[in-house]
Ligand binder design. Structure first.
Ligand SMILES: NC(=O)c1ccc[n+]([C@@H]2O[C@H](COP(=O)([O-])OP(=O)(O)OC[C@H]3O[C@@H](n4cnc5c(N)ncnc54)[C@H](O)[C@@H]3O)[C@@H](O)[C@H]2O)c1
Length: 442
Protein backbone atom coordinates (compact mmCIF):
# COMPACT_ATOMS: atom_id res chain seq x y z
CA UNK A 1 0.00 0.00 0.00
CA UNK A 2 0.98 3.65 -0.32
CA UNK A 3 1.04 5.03 3.21
CA UNK A 4 1.82 8.51 4.54
CA UNK A 5 2.89 9.00 8.15
CA UNK A 6 2.37 12.60 9.26
CA UNK A 7 4.56 13.45 12.27
CA UNK A 8 8.01 11.80 12.30
CA UNK A 9 8.60 11.89 16.05
CA UNK A 10 9.19 9.21 18.67
CA UNK A 11 6.25 7.19 17.41
CA UNK A 12 5.78 8.28 13.78
CA UNK A 13 9.37 7.69 12.65
CA UNK A 14 9.46 4.07 13.90
CA UNK A 15 5.99 3.41 12.43
CA UNK A 16 7.05 4.79 9.04
CA UNK A 17 10.13 2.55 9.05
CA UNK A 18 8.19 -0.54 10.16
CA UNK A 19 5.55 0.00 7.45
CA UNK A 20 8.28 0.42 4.81
CA UNK A 21 10.11 -2.67 6.05
CA UNK A 22 6.96 -4.68 5.32
CA UNK A 23 6.87 -3.60 1.67
CA UNK A 24 4.67 -0.50 1.79
CA UNK A 25 5.66 2.68 -0.04
CA UNK A 26 5.90 5.19 2.76
CA UNK A 27 5.96 8.98 2.63
CA UNK A 28 6.94 10.61 5.92
CA UNK A 29 5.68 14.13 6.56
CA UNK A 30 6.88 16.57 9.20
CA UNK A 31 6.82 20.33 9.66
CA UNK A 32 10.40 20.04 10.88
CA UNK A 33 12.74 20.31 7.84
CA UNK A 34 15.52 18.58 9.78
CA UNK A 35 13.42 15.44 10.39
CA UNK A 36 12.58 15.35 6.67
CA UNK A 37 16.19 15.88 5.59
CA UNK A 38 17.43 13.16 7.94
CA UNK A 39 14.92 10.60 6.67
CA UNK A 40 15.64 11.50 3.05
CA UNK A 41 19.34 11.01 3.82
CA UNK A 42 18.60 7.54 5.18
CA UNK A 43 19.07 8.57 8.82
CA UNK A 44 16.66 7.98 11.70
CA UNK A 45 15.11 11.29 12.83
CA UNK A 46 14.80 10.07 16.47
CA UNK A 47 16.76 7.71 18.72
CA UNK A 48 15.03 4.38 19.16
CA UNK A 49 16.64 0.93 19.35
CA UNK A 50 16.58 -0.80 15.93
CA UNK A 51 15.24 2.23 14.05
CA UNK A 52 18.39 3.14 12.13
CA UNK A 53 18.75 -0.43 10.92
CA UNK A 54 15.16 -0.47 9.61
CA UNK A 55 15.53 2.93 7.93
CA UNK A 56 18.76 1.80 6.26
CA UNK A 57 17.19 -1.45 5.09
CA UNK A 58 14.08 0.26 3.64
CA UNK A 59 15.55 3.35 1.98
CA UNK A 60 14.04 2.61 -1.42
CA UNK A 61 10.51 2.59 0.04
CA UNK A 62 10.90 5.53 2.43
CA UNK A 63 10.93 9.23 1.55
CA UNK A 64 9.84 12.41 3.30
CA UNK A 65 8.42 15.88 2.71
CA UNK A 66 7.32 18.91 4.72
CA UNK A 67 4.12 19.24 2.67
CA UNK A 68 1.23 17.26 4.18
CA UNK A 69 -0.82 17.86 1.00
CA UNK A 70 1.44 15.30 -0.73
CA UNK A 71 0.06 12.66 1.64
CA UNK A 72 -3.21 12.84 -0.32
CA UNK A 73 -1.60 10.65 -3.02
CA UNK A 74 -1.35 7.74 -0.53
CA UNK A 75 -4.08 5.17 0.14
CA UNK A 76 -3.84 5.68 3.90
CA UNK A 77 -2.38 8.54 5.93
CA UNK A 78 -1.63 8.13 9.61
CA UNK A 79 -1.39 11.25 11.79
CA UNK A 80 1.04 11.05 14.72
CA UNK A 81 1.51 14.69 15.59
CA UNK A 82 1.71 15.98 19.18
CA UNK A 83 -1.42 16.51 21.24
CA UNK A 84 -0.06 18.68 24.08
CA UNK A 85 -1.91 18.87 27.40
CA UNK A 86 -3.66 22.15 28.17
CA UNK A 87 -3.78 23.81 31.62
CA UNK A 88 -6.50 21.45 32.84
CA UNK A 89 -4.80 18.31 31.51
CA UNK A 90 -7.01 17.82 28.41
CA UNK A 91 -5.25 17.07 25.09
CA UNK A 92 -5.23 19.84 22.50
CA UNK A 93 -6.09 18.96 18.88
CA UNK A 94 -4.43 22.06 17.41
CA UNK A 95 -1.67 20.17 15.53
CA UNK A 96 -4.07 17.46 14.37
CA UNK A 97 -6.40 20.11 12.97
CA UNK A 98 -3.53 21.94 11.26
CA UNK A 99 -2.30 18.73 9.62
CA UNK A 100 -5.87 17.67 8.71
CA UNK A 101 -6.43 21.01 7.02
CA UNK A 102 -3.35 20.74 4.76
CA UNK A 103 -4.03 17.06 4.01
CA UNK A 104 -7.70 17.81 3.33
CA UNK A 105 -6.82 20.53 0.84
CA UNK A 106 -4.57 18.02 -0.94
CA UNK A 107 -7.44 15.53 -1.01
CA UNK A 108 -9.69 18.18 -2.58
CA UNK A 109 -7.48 18.00 -5.69
CA UNK A 110 -7.99 14.23 -6.11
CA UNK A 111 -10.88 11.81 -6.10
CA UNK A 112 -9.44 8.36 -5.30
CA UNK A 113 -10.41 6.65 -2.02
CA UNK A 114 -8.34 7.65 1.02
CA UNK A 115 -8.38 6.71 4.69
CA UNK A 116 -7.20 9.15 7.35
CA UNK A 117 -6.03 7.44 10.54
CA UNK A 118 -5.57 9.36 13.78
CA UNK A 119 -2.85 7.71 15.88
CA UNK A 120 -2.25 10.58 18.31
CA UNK A 121 -3.81 10.35 21.75
CA UNK A 122 -6.96 12.51 21.84
CA UNK A 123 -9.81 13.38 24.20
CA UNK A 124 -12.58 10.85 23.47
CA UNK A 125 -15.11 12.42 21.12
CA UNK A 126 -12.44 14.37 19.17
CA UNK A 127 -12.63 12.41 15.93
CA UNK A 128 -16.37 12.89 15.51
CA UNK A 129 -16.61 16.41 16.93
CA UNK A 130 -13.42 18.04 15.57
CA UNK A 131 -11.43 15.98 13.05
CA UNK A 132 -14.35 14.77 10.91
CA UNK A 133 -15.73 18.29 10.19
CA UNK A 134 -12.22 19.70 9.64
CA UNK A 135 -11.40 17.01 7.07
CA UNK A 136 -14.77 17.30 5.33
CA UNK A 137 -14.47 21.10 5.16
CA UNK A 138 -10.93 21.11 3.75
CA UNK A 139 -11.39 18.20 1.32
CA UNK A 140 -14.90 18.94 0.11
CA UNK A 141 -15.54 15.19 0.60
CA UNK A 142 -17.92 13.41 2.96
CA UNK A 143 -16.59 10.77 5.32
CA UNK A 144 -18.20 7.48 4.30
CA UNK A 145 -18.07 8.33 0.57
CA UNK A 146 -14.55 8.38 -0.86
CA UNK A 147 -12.98 9.30 2.46
CA UNK A 148 -12.67 7.11 5.58
CA UNK A 149 -11.67 8.08 9.11
CA UNK A 150 -10.13 5.72 11.69
CA UNK A 151 -8.73 6.14 15.19
CA UNK A 152 -5.99 3.61 15.82
CA UNK A 153 -3.54 4.17 18.69
CA UNK A 154 -0.28 2.28 19.06
CA UNK A 155 0.37 0.65 22.43
CA UNK A 156 4.13 1.05 22.66
CA UNK A 157 6.79 1.70 25.26
CA UNK A 158 9.68 3.95 24.23
CA UNK A 159 12.83 1.89 23.86
CA UNK A 160 10.71 -1.02 22.65
CA UNK A 161 8.69 0.72 19.94
CA UNK A 162 9.70 -1.44 16.98
CA UNK A 163 9.06 -4.72 18.76
CA UNK A 164 5.76 -3.40 20.11
CA UNK A 165 4.65 -2.32 16.62
CA UNK A 166 5.56 -5.69 15.12
CA UNK A 167 3.96 -7.75 17.89
CA UNK A 168 1.14 -5.85 19.61
CA UNK A 169 -1.15 -7.47 22.21
CA UNK A 170 -4.12 -6.10 20.26
CA UNK A 171 -4.78 -3.91 17.24
CA UNK A 172 -7.47 -1.40 18.04
CA UNK A 173 -9.37 0.12 15.13
CA UNK A 174 -12.02 2.76 15.61
CA UNK A 175 -13.73 3.32 12.25
CA UNK A 176 -16.17 5.70 10.60
CA UNK A 177 -17.41 2.83 8.43
CA UNK A 178 -16.54 -0.75 7.45
CA UNK A 179 -14.65 0.14 4.26
CA UNK A 180 -12.24 2.38 6.22
CA UNK A 181 -11.70 -0.25 8.94
CA UNK A 182 -11.17 -3.01 6.34
CA UNK A 183 -8.43 -0.97 4.64
CA UNK A 184 -6.62 -0.35 7.92
CA UNK A 185 -6.97 -3.96 9.06
CA UNK A 186 -5.38 -5.09 5.75
CA UNK A 187 -2.48 -2.69 6.30
CA UNK A 188 -1.78 -3.75 9.90
CA UNK A 189 -2.34 -7.46 9.22
CA UNK A 190 0.60 -7.20 6.81
CA UNK A 191 2.79 -5.65 9.51
CA UNK A 192 2.13 -7.68 12.66
CA UNK A 193 4.28 -10.76 13.07
CA UNK A 194 2.28 -12.29 15.94
CA UNK A 195 -1.26 -12.62 14.52
CA UNK A 196 -2.80 -10.38 17.22
CA UNK A 197 -6.52 -10.00 17.86
CA UNK A 198 -8.10 -7.07 16.04
CA UNK A 199 -10.82 -5.14 17.86
CA UNK A 200 -12.93 -2.95 15.60
CA UNK A 201 -15.36 -0.46 17.03
CA UNK A 202 -16.68 3.05 16.58
CA UNK A 203 -14.35 6.02 16.91
CA UNK A 204 -15.23 7.09 20.44
CA UNK A 205 -14.87 3.61 21.94
CA UNK A 206 -11.37 3.35 20.47
CA UNK A 207 -10.43 6.81 21.76
CA UNK A 208 -11.64 5.89 25.24
CA UNK A 209 -9.94 2.47 25.21
CA UNK A 210 -6.58 4.10 24.49
CA UNK A 211 -6.54 6.32 27.58
CA UNK A 212 -8.32 3.65 29.66
CA UNK A 213 -5.41 1.22 29.04
CA UNK A 214 -2.81 3.68 30.30
CA UNK A 215 -4.98 4.76 33.22
CA UNK A 216 -5.34 1.14 34.29
CA UNK A 217 -1.59 0.55 34.06
CA UNK A 218 -0.79 3.70 36.08
CA UNK A 219 -3.26 2.51 38.72
CA UNK A 220 -1.25 -0.74 39.02
CA UNK A 221 2.01 1.20 39.38
CA UNK A 222 0.59 3.49 42.06
CA UNK A 223 -0.80 0.42 43.84
CA UNK A 224 2.62 -1.26 43.82
CA UNK A 225 4.24 1.98 45.04
CA UNK A 226 1.76 2.14 47.92
CA UNK A 227 2.72 -1.43 48.83
CA UNK A 228 6.41 -0.43 48.68
CA UNK A 229 5.74 2.46 51.06
CA UNK A 230 4.01 0.06 53.47
CA UNK A 231 6.86 -2.47 53.22
CA UNK A 232 9.43 0.23 54.07
CA UNK A 233 7.60 0.75 57.39
CA UNK A 234 6.61 -2.87 58.17
CA UNK A 235 9.28 -5.01 59.90
CA UNK A 236 10.37 -7.95 57.74
CA UNK A 237 8.47 -6.85 54.63
CA UNK A 238 9.73 -6.87 51.01
CA UNK A 239 7.60 -5.48 48.21
CA UNK A 240 9.20 -7.71 45.56
CA UNK A 241 8.14 -10.87 47.39
CA UNK A 242 4.60 -9.56 47.77
CA UNK A 243 4.07 -8.27 44.20
CA UNK A 244 5.65 -11.37 42.66
CA UNK A 245 3.11 -13.60 44.38
CA UNK A 246 0.28 -11.11 43.86
CA UNK A 247 0.97 -10.92 40.13
CA UNK A 248 0.72 -14.68 39.75
CA UNK A 249 -3.02 -14.35 40.35
CA UNK A 250 -4.33 -14.39 36.79
CA UNK A 251 -6.84 -11.68 37.64
CA UNK A 252 -3.94 -9.33 38.40
CA UNK A 253 -0.82 -10.19 36.33
CA UNK A 254 2.80 -9.27 37.03
CA UNK A 255 3.44 -6.58 34.43
CA UNK A 256 3.93 -3.06 35.81
CA UNK A 257 3.44 -4.34 39.35
CA UNK A 258 6.81 -3.35 40.76
CA UNK A 259 7.03 -0.93 43.67
CA UNK A 260 9.80 1.60 43.02
CA UNK A 261 9.57 5.26 41.93
CA UNK A 262 6.86 7.42 40.33
CA UNK A 263 5.80 6.64 36.76
CA UNK A 264 6.84 9.29 34.22
CA UNK A 265 7.44 9.83 30.51
CA UNK A 266 5.33 11.55 27.88
CA UNK A 267 2.20 9.36 28.16
CA UNK A 268 1.32 7.84 31.55
CA UNK A 269 1.00 11.03 33.62
CA UNK A 270 -0.81 12.92 30.85
CA UNK A 271 -3.20 10.12 29.89
CA UNK A 272 -4.19 9.62 33.50
CA UNK A 273 -4.92 13.33 33.99
CA UNK A 274 -6.88 13.51 30.74
CA UNK A 275 -9.02 10.56 31.84
CA UNK A 276 -9.86 12.47 35.03
CA UNK A 277 -10.70 15.65 33.11
CA UNK A 278 -12.91 13.70 30.69
CA UNK A 279 -14.84 12.06 33.51
CA UNK A 280 -15.32 15.30 35.46
CA UNK A 281 -16.49 17.15 32.32
CA UNK A 282 -19.10 14.43 31.81
CA UNK A 283 -20.21 14.56 35.45
CA UNK A 284 -18.67 11.16 36.31
CA UNK A 285 -16.41 10.74 39.39
CA UNK A 286 -12.81 9.90 38.37
CA UNK A 287 -11.77 9.04 41.93
CA UNK A 288 -9.48 6.17 40.89
CA UNK A 289 -7.61 8.23 38.28
CA UNK A 290 -7.25 11.16 40.65
CA UNK A 291 -6.02 8.93 43.48
CA UNK A 292 -3.54 7.30 41.09
CA UNK A 293 -2.22 10.73 40.17
CA UNK A 294 -2.06 11.86 43.82
CA UNK A 295 -0.18 8.68 44.82
CA UNK A 296 2.23 9.24 41.95
CA UNK A 297 2.86 12.86 42.91
CA UNK A 298 3.59 11.75 46.48
CA UNK A 299 6.36 9.36 45.36
CA UNK A 300 8.94 12.08 44.94
CA UNK A 301 8.47 13.12 48.60
CA UNK A 302 8.75 9.47 49.66
CA UNK A 303 12.04 9.13 47.78
CA UNK A 304 13.39 12.56 48.78
CA UNK A 305 12.51 11.84 52.42
CA UNK A 306 14.56 8.63 52.36
CA UNK A 307 17.47 10.38 50.64
CA UNK A 308 17.49 13.43 52.92
CA UNK A 309 17.23 11.33 56.09
CA UNK A 310 20.67 9.94 55.24
CA UNK A 311 22.34 12.94 53.67
CA UNK A 312 24.53 15.17 55.83
CA UNK A 313 25.01 18.88 55.25
CA UNK A 314 27.64 19.64 52.65
CA UNK A 315 27.60 16.13 51.17
CA UNK A 316 27.44 15.39 47.47
CA UNK A 317 24.56 13.29 46.17
CA UNK A 318 24.85 11.47 42.84
CA UNK A 319 21.83 10.33 40.83
CA UNK A 320 22.25 7.44 38.42
CA UNK A 321 19.46 7.39 35.81
CA UNK A 322 17.66 10.45 34.45
CA UNK A 323 15.65 8.84 31.63
CA UNK A 324 12.16 7.93 32.81
CA UNK A 325 12.90 4.30 31.92
CA UNK A 326 15.84 2.33 30.46
CA UNK A 327 16.46 2.27 26.68
CA UNK A 328 15.25 5.80 26.06
CA UNK A 329 16.76 9.26 26.39
CA UNK A 330 13.43 10.88 27.32
CA UNK A 331 13.59 12.66 30.69
CA UNK A 332 10.05 14.09 30.70
CA UNK A 333 8.46 13.62 34.16
CA UNK A 334 11.28 11.27 35.21
CA UNK A 335 11.88 10.43 38.86
CA UNK A 336 15.64 11.03 38.56
CA UNK A 337 15.20 14.56 37.23
CA UNK A 338 12.48 15.36 39.79
CA UNK A 339 14.78 14.19 42.60
CA UNK A 340 17.76 16.14 41.24
CA UNK A 341 15.62 19.28 41.01
CA UNK A 342 14.29 18.94 44.53
CA UNK A 343 17.74 18.31 46.04
CA UNK A 344 19.36 21.03 43.92
CA UNK A 345 16.74 23.53 45.04
CA UNK A 346 17.37 22.46 48.65
CA UNK A 347 21.02 23.49 48.16
CA UNK A 348 22.71 20.07 47.88
CA UNK A 349 25.63 19.47 45.53
CA UNK A 350 23.98 17.19 42.94
CA UNK A 351 25.84 15.11 40.31
CA UNK A 352 23.95 13.19 37.66
CA UNK A 353 24.70 10.51 35.08
CA UNK A 354 22.62 8.56 32.57
CA UNK A 355 23.93 6.35 29.73
CA UNK A 356 22.09 8.50 27.13
CA UNK A 357 20.34 11.41 28.84
CA UNK A 358 22.95 13.21 30.99
CA UNK A 359 23.13 16.34 28.84
CA UNK A 360 19.36 16.52 28.28
CA UNK A 361 18.87 16.35 32.04
CA UNK A 362 21.61 18.90 32.78
CA UNK A 363 19.86 21.29 30.37
CA UNK A 364 16.42 20.57 31.88
CA UNK A 365 17.78 21.18 35.38
CA UNK A 366 19.21 24.56 34.40
CA UNK A 367 22.19 24.73 36.77
CA UNK A 368 20.75 22.67 39.64
CA UNK A 369 22.97 19.63 38.91
CA UNK A 370 26.29 18.87 37.25
CA UNK A 371 26.75 16.03 34.78
CA UNK A 372 29.31 13.28 35.43
CA UNK A 373 31.13 11.63 32.55
CA UNK A 374 30.34 8.07 33.66
CA UNK A 375 28.66 6.05 36.39
CA UNK A 376 32.10 5.20 37.79
CA UNK A 377 33.07 8.89 37.96
CA UNK A 378 29.81 9.70 39.73
CA UNK A 379 30.44 6.99 42.31
CA UNK A 380 33.88 8.48 42.93
CA UNK A 381 32.41 11.98 43.42
CA UNK A 382 29.35 11.20 45.54
CA UNK A 383 28.92 10.64 49.29
CA UNK A 384 25.54 9.11 48.49
CA UNK A 385 24.31 7.58 45.21
CA UNK A 386 20.70 7.01 44.17
CA UNK A 387 19.90 4.51 41.38
CA UNK A 388 16.72 6.06 39.99
CA UNK A 389 16.45 4.22 36.63
CA UNK A 390 17.26 0.47 36.39
CA UNK A 391 19.73 0.62 33.48
CA UNK A 392 21.45 -2.80 33.65
CA UNK A 393 24.95 -1.25 33.45
CA UNK A 394 24.41 0.45 36.83
CA UNK A 395 24.38 -2.87 38.64
CA UNK A 396 27.72 -3.89 37.11
CA UNK A 397 29.44 -0.53 37.62
CA UNK A 398 28.13 -0.14 41.15
CA UNK A 399 29.11 -3.64 42.22
CA UNK A 400 32.64 -3.05 40.87
CA UNK A 401 32.85 0.53 42.19
CA UNK A 402 31.52 -0.08 45.69
CA UNK A 403 34.05 -2.72 46.46
CA UNK A 404 36.89 -0.25 46.67
CA UNK A 405 37.46 2.38 49.34
CA UNK A 406 36.42 5.98 48.75
CA UNK A 407 33.05 5.36 47.08
CA UNK A 408 29.70 6.56 48.46
CA UNK A 409 28.80 5.59 52.03
CA UNK A 410 25.10 5.11 51.14
CA UNK A 411 23.46 3.81 47.95
CA UNK A 412 19.69 4.14 47.58
CA UNK A 413 18.71 1.36 45.19
CA UNK A 414 15.19 2.28 44.02
CA UNK A 415 14.79 -0.83 41.81
CA UNK A 416 16.63 -3.34 44.01
CA UNK A 417 19.24 -4.18 41.36
CA UNK A 418 22.15 -4.54 43.83
CA UNK A 419 22.80 -7.43 46.21
CA UNK A 420 22.54 -6.61 49.94
CA UNK A 421 26.14 -7.26 50.79
CA UNK A 422 27.90 -5.32 48.03
CA UNK A 423 30.54 -2.98 49.42
CA UNK A 424 30.66 -4.85 52.74
CA UNK A 425 30.48 -2.92 56.03
CA UNK A 426 31.64 0.35 54.48
CA UNK A 427 28.53 0.96 52.35
CA UNK A 428 24.90 1.04 53.42
CA UNK A 429 22.64 -0.24 50.61
CA UNK A 430 19.08 1.00 51.05
CA UNK A 431 16.60 -0.89 48.89
CA UNK A 432 13.31 0.89 48.37
CA UNK A 433 10.34 -1.33 49.13
CA UNK A 434 12.08 -3.20 51.96
CA UNK A 435 11.93 -2.49 55.68
CA UNK A 436 13.96 0.63 56.38
CA UNK A 437 16.13 0.83 59.47
CA UNK A 438 15.26 4.53 59.67
CA UNK A 439 11.67 4.78 58.40
CA UNK A 440 10.46 8.20 57.34
CA UNK A 441 8.11 9.76 59.90
CA UNK A 442 4.44 9.81 58.87
N1 LIG B 1 5.78 8.67 22.53
C1 LIG B 1 4.98 7.76 23.05
O1 LIG B 1 5.40 6.91 23.85
C2 LIG B 1 3.53 7.71 22.64
C3 LIG B 1 2.80 6.54 22.90
C4 LIG B 1 1.47 6.48 22.57
C5 LIG B 1 0.89 7.61 22.00
N2 LIG B 1 1.59 8.73 21.76
C6 LIG B 1 0.91 9.87 21.17
O2 LIG B 1 1.33 9.97 19.81
C7 LIG B 1 1.38 11.34 19.41
C8 LIG B 1 2.77 11.65 18.90
O3 LIG B 1 3.67 11.43 19.97
P1 LIG B 1 5.25 11.45 19.76
O4 LIG B 1 5.82 11.06 21.07
O5 LIG B 1 5.63 10.70 18.54
O6 LIG B 1 5.47 13.03 19.51
P2 LIG B 1 6.82 13.76 19.08
O7 LIG B 1 6.73 15.12 19.68
O8 LIG B 1 8.00 12.91 19.34
O9 LIG B 1 6.69 13.88 17.48
C9 LIG B 1 5.69 14.59 16.83
C10 LIG B 1 6.20 15.05 15.47
O10 LIG B 1 5.12 15.70 14.78
C11 LIG B 1 5.64 16.83 14.09
N3 LIG B 1 4.55 17.75 13.81
C12 LIG B 1 3.96 18.66 14.64
N4 LIG B 1 2.94 19.28 14.01
C13 LIG B 1 2.90 18.77 12.75
C14 LIG B 1 2.07 19.02 11.63
N5 LIG B 1 1.08 19.91 11.68
N6 LIG B 1 2.32 18.34 10.50
C15 LIG B 1 3.32 17.44 10.42
N7 LIG B 1 4.13 17.16 11.46
C16 LIG B 1 3.91 17.81 12.62
C17 LIG B 1 6.72 17.35 15.01
O11 LIG B 1 7.65 18.17 14.31
C18 LIG B 1 7.34 16.06 15.54
O12 LIG B 1 8.41 15.62 14.74
C19 LIG B 1 0.94 12.14 20.64
O13 LIG B 1 -0.45 12.35 20.59
C20 LIG B 1 1.27 11.22 21.77
O14 LIG B 1 0.49 11.50 22.92
C21 LIG B 1 2.91 8.80 22.05
Amino acid sequence: MRVAVIGLGKLGAPLAAVLASKGNDVLGVDVSPSAVQLLNAGRAPVDEPGLQELVSASRDRLSATTDAAEASAADVSILLVPTPSDDRGAFSNEHLLAASDVLGRGLAERDDYHVVVIGSTVMPGSCDADIRPALERASGRRIGDNLGLCYSPEFIALGNVIRDLLAPDVVLIGESDTRAGDALERLYAGVCENDPPFRRMNLVNAELTKIAVNTYVTMKISYANTLADICERLPGADVETVTDALGLDSRIGQKYLRGAVAYGGPCFPRDNKAFGVLARDLGAEPLLAEATDAVNNAQIQRLAGIVQSRLKNGETVGILGLAYKPDTGVVEASAGVALARLLGEAGYDVRIYDPVATQTAVDALDGLAQGSASAAELLDQADMAVIATPWPEFAEVAIGGLERAGGPRVVIDCWRILPDDVGGEAVEIVHLGRTLEQPIPV
